[in-house]
Write a protein that binds this ligand. Sequence first.
Ligand SMILES: *Cc1c(COP(=O)(O)O)cnc(C)c1O
Length: 394
Amino acid sequence: MGIVTDSHLPWLRQQLDEWDASLLRRRRRVVTPLKEGWCLVDGRRVRNFAGNDYLHLAQHPDVIAAAQAAVVQAGVGSQGSALVCGRTSWHVELEQRLARFEGAEAAILFPTGMAANMGTITALAGARDVVFCDRLNHASLIDGCRLCGAKFRVYRHKDLNRLGDALQQAAHFQRRWIVTDSVFSMDGDLAPLPELCDLAERYQAHLIVDEAHATGVFGATGRGVCEHFGVARRVAVRVGTLSKALGALGGFVCGSAELIETLWNSARTQMFSTALPPAICAAATAALDVLEREPERRIQLQRSCELFRTELRQRGVEPLPGSTGPIVPVVTGSPATTLQVAAKLEERGYLVGAIRPPTVPAGTSRLRISLSLAHSTTEIAQFAAVLTEELSAL
Ligand SMILES: *Cc1c(COP(=O)(O)O)cnc(C)c1O
């Protein structure tokens, strides 16, 4: 039998053509990670300014060694979901380690951050509840809100007045949930967590905060934006990921023992999915060790972020207002200009994110530059100069 080319699902062609015409069709490439922040993109050696490995831990020797040791001992796959046979001593150690690191009673692992958000929201919120969701929240939070059966209300980005008004009208629901990113993934700005806590307390709502881009990066000891603002105790549910600054893979939730026990018993993305590979857990635990042992990493990253923003501003380029930390968005507007600048940068040896709808609202396509400890201060300044040149050539 040959490959079926045209007899099934004929309408897909039309959708693909539309994506092509509006420059929204995603092009896949092969990216091979090399050492020290280099990568090969379709064969060309470039500097990676597009990844989320902010602390450069994905290639840390201790992290690699921990993964290697575990893979030799336990093999690659975990063989089953956590509740059947997939939860090894490496998982338990990581759960305990995360709870301690976060100053929480307990923590639970999920296959990914996406699964953590979807599984947690659907486990906690139900048909008699209302969920309030920032318009720029990550897709995993939005989809969790859509799926959970609660009344779904989206508020304008960080619009506390609107949210307050909506909460005031929501007294008749059984429960009120406020769901937010702590660092918005495409804007790089922080949620106003103290004010959100005030609103939650005033209207008897409960906060779910996703620290995906904040764990390891923000806060005095790297616990995230809740720590940064000193509100961790006022937040009912904190979600994080091991896939970004910790350089591994997987999601987690931390909170009270009762919350975690409830999620063990009802979060479907955890119950009905294979547990993380033991080697990934070993790697994440080793990454937490490095994080706690070397707080100077976070300080160095902060310095790089300030340096890059200063270099851009001195050359007349303004990163998206409100952005702070290693995610530096520069709005270019249309998909065409965004792709054009990204392609030029790639020719000059730099890989950046070219972010278009539906990831961001129409008209706000952008370059998403992410900084990491793999970048030296000299190269950060050089890159700022190259980026400015390419933007002014538009
Ligand atoms: C990346 C991201 C996630 C998903 O985490 P994964 O571990 O990559 O699945 C969840 N929330 C936010 C805000 C993110 O940026």
